[in-house]
Design a protein around this ligand. Structure first.
Ligand SMILES: [Zn+2]
Ligand SMILES: [Zn+2]
Ligand SMILES: [Zn+2]
Length: 248
Protein backbone atom coordinates (compact mmCIF):
# COMPACT_ATOMS: atom_id res chain seq x y z
CA UNK A 1 0.00 0.00 0.00
CA UNK A 2 1.25 3.43 -0.93
CA UNK A 3 -0.12 6.81 0.07
CA UNK A 4 0.18 9.89 -2.11
CA UNK A 5 -0.37 13.45 -0.90
CA UNK A 6 -0.62 16.25 -3.42
CA UNK A 7 1.40 19.04 -1.81
CA UNK A 8 1.01 21.37 -4.76
CA UNK A 9 -0.93 21.14 -8.03
CA UNK A 10 -0.23 24.50 -9.68
CA UNK A 11 1.90 25.62 -12.58
CA UNK A 12 5.11 27.66 -12.18
CA UNK A 13 3.28 30.86 -11.19
CA UNK A 14 1.01 29.15 -8.70
CA UNK A 15 -2.70 29.98 -8.43
CA UNK A 16 -3.72 32.72 -7.69
CA UNK A 17 -1.52 34.38 -10.29
CA UNK A 18 -0.06 37.53 -8.75
CA UNK A 19 -2.24 40.56 -9.51
CA UNK A 20 -4.91 38.58 -11.40
CA UNK A 21 -8.60 39.35 -10.83
CA UNK A 22 -10.09 36.38 -12.69
CA UNK A 23 -12.79 34.37 -10.87
CA UNK A 24 -10.39 31.49 -10.17
CA UNK A 25 -7.75 33.73 -8.64
CA UNK A 26 -10.41 35.48 -6.53
CA UNK A 27 -12.13 32.20 -5.54
CA UNK A 28 -12.54 31.41 -1.83
CA UNK A 29 -12.59 27.65 -2.53
CA UNK A 30 -9.35 26.14 -1.13
CA UNK A 31 -9.30 23.82 -4.17
CA UNK A 32 -8.61 26.89 -6.31
CA UNK A 33 -5.42 27.74 -4.44
CA UNK A 34 -2.60 25.85 -6.05
CA UNK A 35 0.98 25.86 -4.84
CA UNK A 36 3.77 24.82 -7.19
CA UNK A 37 3.57 21.11 -8.15
CA UNK A 38 5.01 18.54 -5.76
CA UNK A 39 3.75 15.35 -4.12
CA UNK A 40 4.73 13.10 -1.23
CA UNK A 41 4.75 9.33 -1.69
CA UNK A 42 4.72 7.18 1.45
CA UNK A 43 5.86 3.64 0.71
CA UNK A 44 7.44 0.88 2.84
CA UNK A 45 7.91 3.32 5.73
CA UNK A 46 9.80 5.75 3.48
CA UNK A 47 8.83 9.29 2.55
CA UNK A 48 9.72 10.10 -1.03
CA UNK A 49 9.24 13.65 -2.24
CA UNK A 50 8.42 14.20 -5.92
CA UNK A 51 10.03 17.56 -6.78
CA UNK A 52 10.84 20.30 -4.31
CA UNK A 53 9.73 23.71 -5.53
CA UNK A 54 9.67 27.22 -4.06
CA UNK A 55 6.56 26.44 -1.93
CA UNK A 56 8.17 23.44 -0.23
CA UNK A 57 8.49 25.02 3.21
CA UNK A 58 4.80 25.92 3.34
CA UNK A 59 3.85 22.48 1.99
CA UNK A 60 5.99 20.67 4.58
CA UNK A 61 4.41 22.68 7.39
CA UNK A 62 0.84 22.04 6.13
CA UNK A 63 1.51 18.31 5.78
CA UNK A 64 3.42 18.16 9.09
CA UNK A 65 6.19 16.44 7.19
CA UNK A 66 8.65 15.15 9.78
CA UNK A 67 11.00 13.14 7.61
CA UNK A 68 12.13 12.85 4.02
CA UNK A 69 14.23 9.93 2.86
CA UNK A 70 14.65 10.83 -0.79
CA UNK A 71 13.68 13.37 -3.42
CA UNK A 72 13.00 12.46 -7.05
CA UNK A 73 13.55 15.50 -9.26
CA UNK A 74 11.83 15.57 -12.65
CA UNK A 75 13.81 18.39 -14.29
CA UNK A 76 15.81 21.51 -13.53
CA UNK A 77 13.14 24.21 -13.72
CA UNK A 78 13.00 26.27 -10.56
CA UNK A 79 9.31 25.59 -9.89
CA UNK A 80 10.49 22.00 -9.24
CA UNK A 81 13.84 22.56 -7.52
CA UNK A 82 13.98 25.88 -5.69
CA UNK A 83 12.94 24.45 -2.31
CA UNK A 84 16.00 22.26 -1.82
CA UNK A 85 17.52 24.67 0.71
CA UNK A 86 14.51 24.06 2.96
CA UNK A 87 15.44 20.39 3.32
CA UNK A 88 17.85 21.48 6.10
CA UNK A 89 15.71 20.17 8.99
CA UNK A 90 15.70 16.65 7.52
CA UNK A 91 19.39 15.87 7.81
CA UNK A 92 20.97 13.92 4.98
CA UNK A 93 18.56 13.53 2.05
CA UNK A 94 19.19 11.55 -1.12
CA UNK A 95 18.42 13.50 -4.29
CA UNK A 96 17.89 11.59 -7.55
CA UNK A 97 18.01 13.46 -10.85
CA UNK A 98 19.18 13.15 -14.43
CA UNK A 99 22.57 14.60 -15.39
CA UNK A 100 21.26 17.96 -16.58
CA UNK A 101 19.14 18.49 -13.47
CA UNK A 102 21.98 17.38 -11.23
CA UNK A 103 24.35 19.87 -12.91
CA UNK A 104 21.79 22.65 -12.47
CA UNK A 105 21.28 22.04 -8.75
CA UNK A 106 25.02 21.85 -8.14
CA UNK A 107 25.21 25.30 -9.73
CA UNK A 108 22.13 26.80 -8.03
CA UNK A 109 22.97 25.38 -4.62
CA UNK A 110 26.76 25.36 -4.98
CA UNK A 111 27.13 26.44 -1.31
CA UNK A 112 25.65 23.07 -0.26
CA UNK A 113 28.48 21.09 -1.80
CA UNK A 114 32.13 20.94 -0.69
CA UNK A 115 31.30 23.07 2.31
CA UNK A 116 31.56 22.06 5.97
CA UNK A 117 29.46 24.97 7.28
CA UNK A 118 26.65 23.49 9.37
CA UNK A 119 23.78 25.75 8.26
CA UNK A 120 23.27 24.08 4.91
CA UNK A 121 21.11 21.16 3.76
CA UNK A 122 22.95 17.86 3.39
CA UNK A 123 22.13 16.90 -0.17
CA UNK A 124 23.44 13.53 -1.28
CA UNK A 125 23.05 13.69 -5.05
CA UNK A 126 22.68 10.66 -7.30
CA UNK A 127 22.70 10.94 -11.09
CA UNK A 128 20.28 8.54 -12.71
CA UNK A 129 19.92 7.34 -16.27
CA UNK A 130 16.84 6.10 -18.04
CA UNK A 131 16.95 2.70 -16.36
CA UNK A 132 15.37 1.30 -13.20
CA UNK A 133 17.15 1.97 -9.90
CA UNK A 134 16.56 1.17 -6.24
CA UNK A 135 15.89 3.42 -3.26
CA UNK A 136 16.54 0.80 -0.57
CA UNK A 137 13.86 -1.83 -1.35
CA UNK A 138 11.83 0.44 -3.65
CA UNK A 139 12.23 -0.02 -7.37
CA UNK A 140 11.88 3.18 -9.39
CA UNK A 141 11.57 3.23 -13.18
CA UNK A 142 12.27 6.56 -14.90
CA UNK A 143 10.05 7.44 -17.86
CA UNK A 144 11.64 9.78 -20.39
CA UNK A 145 9.31 12.55 -21.52
CA UNK A 146 9.87 15.73 -23.52
CA UNK A 147 9.14 19.13 -22.03
CA UNK A 148 9.47 20.85 -25.41
CA UNK A 149 13.20 20.08 -25.95
CA UNK A 150 14.12 19.43 -22.33
CA UNK A 151 14.49 15.75 -21.42
CA UNK A 152 12.45 15.29 -18.27
CA UNK A 153 11.90 12.25 -16.09
CA UNK A 154 8.58 10.90 -14.97
CA UNK A 155 8.77 8.08 -12.43
CA UNK A 156 6.93 4.79 -12.11
CA UNK A 157 6.83 2.95 -8.78
CA UNK A 158 4.78 -0.26 -8.79
CA UNK A 159 1.32 0.56 -10.15
CA UNK A 160 1.75 4.34 -9.82
CA UNK A 161 3.39 6.88 -12.15
CA UNK A 162 4.08 10.60 -11.77
CA UNK A 163 4.50 12.58 -15.00
CA UNK A 164 4.81 16.35 -14.82
CA UNK A 165 5.89 18.94 -17.40
CA UNK A 166 5.29 16.88 -20.53
CA UNK A 167 4.62 17.94 -24.10
CA UNK A 168 5.44 14.69 -25.89
CA UNK A 169 6.51 11.14 -25.14
CA UNK A 170 8.18 8.61 -27.43
CA UNK A 171 6.24 5.48 -28.32
CA UNK A 172 8.49 3.04 -26.43
CA UNK A 173 8.29 5.10 -23.24
CA UNK A 174 4.48 5.01 -23.22
CA UNK A 175 4.80 1.23 -22.76
CA UNK A 176 6.11 1.95 -19.25
CA UNK A 177 2.78 3.62 -18.46
CA UNK A 178 0.62 0.59 -19.18
CA UNK A 179 -1.17 -1.29 -16.42
CA UNK A 180 -1.26 1.57 -13.91
CA UNK A 181 -3.75 1.92 -11.08
CA UNK A 182 -2.93 5.61 -10.69
CA UNK A 183 -1.39 8.03 -13.18
CA UNK A 184 -0.59 11.58 -12.06
CA UNK A 185 0.08 13.86 -14.98
CA UNK A 186 0.52 17.39 -16.31
CA UNK A 187 -2.53 19.07 -17.87
CA UNK A 188 -1.64 22.76 -17.87
CA UNK A 189 -4.75 24.37 -19.38
CA UNK A 190 -7.40 24.00 -22.10
CA UNK A 191 -5.47 26.02 -24.69
CA UNK A 192 -2.31 24.78 -26.44
CA UNK A 193 1.11 25.43 -24.94
CA UNK A 194 4.51 24.83 -26.54
CA UNK A 195 6.04 22.86 -23.64
CA UNK A 196 3.06 21.36 -21.74
CA UNK A 197 0.16 19.14 -22.69
CA UNK A 198 -3.22 20.79 -22.63
CA UNK A 199 -6.21 18.85 -21.25
CA UNK A 200 -7.08 17.35 -24.63
CA UNK A 201 -3.52 16.07 -25.20
CA UNK A 202 -3.37 14.69 -21.66
CA UNK A 203 -6.68 12.87 -22.18
CA UNK A 204 -5.34 11.35 -25.41
CA UNK A 205 -2.42 9.85 -23.48
CA UNK A 206 -4.83 8.63 -20.79
CA UNK A 207 -6.92 6.87 -23.45
CA UNK A 208 -3.78 5.27 -24.82
CA UNK A 209 -2.32 3.90 -21.58
CA UNK A 210 -5.64 3.40 -19.72
CA UNK A 211 -4.79 3.86 -16.05
CA UNK A 212 -7.60 2.99 -13.62
CA UNK A 213 -7.56 6.52 -12.18
CA UNK A 214 -5.85 9.70 -13.41
CA UNK A 215 -5.12 12.87 -11.46
CA UNK A 216 -4.10 16.04 -13.30
CA UNK A 217 -1.54 18.45 -11.84
CA UNK A 218 0.44 21.59 -12.82
CA UNK A 219 -2.70 23.58 -13.65
CA UNK A 220 -2.82 27.23 -14.63
CA UNK A 221 -5.48 29.65 -13.31
CA UNK A 222 -7.04 29.53 -16.80
CA UNK A 223 -8.22 25.97 -16.10
CA UNK A 224 -11.05 27.72 -14.21
CA UNK A 225 -12.84 26.97 -10.96
CA UNK A 226 -12.08 23.45 -9.73
CA UNK A 227 -15.75 22.55 -9.27
CA UNK A 228 -16.65 23.69 -12.80
CA UNK A 229 -13.57 22.30 -14.53
CA UNK A 230 -14.02 18.88 -12.95
CA UNK A 231 -17.45 18.47 -14.62
CA UNK A 232 -15.75 18.61 -18.04
CA UNK A 233 -13.58 15.55 -17.41
CA UNK A 234 -14.53 11.93 -18.12
CA UNK A 235 -15.07 9.40 -15.34
CA UNK A 236 -11.91 8.26 -13.53
CA UNK A 237 -10.04 11.46 -14.47
CA UNK A 238 -9.74 14.15 -11.83
CA UNK A 239 -8.15 17.53 -11.35
CA UNK A 240 -6.05 17.02 -8.20
CA UNK A 241 -6.01 19.77 -5.60
CA UNK A 242 -3.59 20.75 -2.85
CA UNK A 243 -3.90 18.55 0.22
CA UNK A 244 -5.70 15.69 -1.56
CA UNK A 245 -4.51 12.29 -0.30
CA UNK A 246 -5.08 9.00 -2.10
CA UNK A 247 -4.20 5.38 -1.33
CA UNK A 248 -2.72 3.31 -4.10
ZN1 LIG B 1 6.81 23.11 -14.01
ZN1 LIG C 1 -6.34 34.44 -12.60
ZN1 LIG D 1 9.22 22.81 -16.39
Amino acid sequence: MMKLTFLGTGTSTGVPYIGCDCETCLSKDPKDRRLRSSSLLEINGKNILLDCGPDFRQQALSANLKKIDAVLLTHKHVDHTLGLDDLRPYGRVRIYANQETNDAIHQMFSYCFNNDYKGIPQLETHVIKNEPFMIDDIRVTPVLIWHYKLPTFGYRINNFAYITDIKTIDKEETEKLKGLDVLVMDALRWEDHFSHMNVEEALALVREVQPKETYFIHMSHTIGLHEEAQKKLPEHVHFAYDGLTIEI
